[in-house]
Design a binder for this molecule. Structure first.
Ligand SMILES: NC(=O)c1ccc[n+]([C@@H]2O[C@H](COP(=O)([O-])OP(=O)(O)OC[C@H]3O[C@@H](n4cnc5c(N)ncnc54)[C@H](O)[C@@H]3O)[C@@H](O)[C@H]2O)c1
Length: 248
């Protein structure tokens, strides 16, 4: 399928690793340029070696509005945005400190507000754009054990997505969310390794999806670039489960 992305510019937060990295690679493969935003400088420079001039590095923390304004000010053309940066704290409400709650909401939800608001003026001027937010099955879709702060932040993303979709549909701006199940990324591998029993943990993660395995990041990026492209021109305010049946 041709996504007609040639010479379009897309900003991707969390571009250095996991799902953000996979979507950056797929965008460049489809002829687009990527503005790769991440606070992890090394991962950005590693990806730059692969994607070269098609990958513009923006090393910043998405929770800091001052850094967003300073570092992204020189961007002239922008056709869409993927909000992917996120963290996955574990535990129930009693395990969650006020600091962890604030950090999770800040990183997973407030960062999307800040980055999207920053690009909004440009999107409005262009009268055309697509925003894709990465939520999760652990959200308002499904209660998942020991994901209290995480699920709260990811449910917020669904509300934010629908709100932007209705406010800006007539302005030519589409906004959608995707809700992955478990995906094999660096942060997931860390969760497995740091568990009490990594072999059992991996088995448990695989069996959460009814198809019996976790996803590769590349299985998630296909849906993201469909939603960025004009192939999905009639889709806005939608929430897509991409979860191997985890939500069933
Ligand atoms: N891996 C999964 O199983 C899974 C499932 C559902 C949803 N998700 C969501 O997908 C997104 C990507 O997850 P992943 O597994 O690829 O994670 P990852 O940790 O492998 O990559 C996330 C990237 O975001 C960056 N990042 C984190 N906080 C940042 C900040 N404040 N500013 C700038 N960059 C920041 C990290 O440096 C990292 O490069 C997250 O929002 C996550 O919640 C992941």
């Amino acid at each position: 399928m041709d996504f007609n992305l040639k010479n379009n510019y897309y900003a991707v937060t969390g571009a250095g690793n996991g799902i953000g990295r996979a979507v950056s690679i797929l965008l460049v493969k489809n002829g687009a340029k990527v503005i790769g935003i991440d606070k992890d400088k090394n991962s950005l420079f590693n990806l730059k070696k692969k994607l070269q001039k098609n990958f513009i590095i923006k090393n910043l923390d998405c929770t800091k509005s001052k850094d967003i304004k300073e570092e992204l000010d020189d961007i002239k053309k922008i056709d869409g945005l993927v909000n992917c940066a996120g963290i996955v704290p574990q535990g129930n409400i009693m395990d969650c400190s006020e600091e962890e709650w604030a950090e999770t909401l800040n990183t997973n939800l407030t960062s999307i507000f800040l980055i999207t608001k920053f690009f909004m003026k440009k999107f409005i001027n262009q009268k055309r754009s697509s925003i894709v937010n990465i939520s999760s099955v652990a959200s308002s879709i499904k209660g998942v054990k020991r994901r209290f702060a995480y699920s709260s932040s990811k449910a917020g993303i669904i509300g934010l997505t629908k709100s932007i979709a209705v406010d800006y549909a007539k302005a030519g701006i589409r906004c959608n969310a995707i809700c992955p199940g478990t995906v094999d990324t660096p942060s997931w591998r860390k969760r497995v390794i740091s568990s009490n029993n990594p072999i059992q943990s991996k088995k448990d993660f695989n069996s959460r999806q009814i198809i019996g395995r976790v996803a590769k990041p590349e299985e998630i990026s296909d849906l993201i670039i469909f939603l960025l492209s004009s192939r999905s021109s009639f889709v806005t305010g939608s929430v897509y489960n991409i979860d191997g049946g985890m939500s069933l």
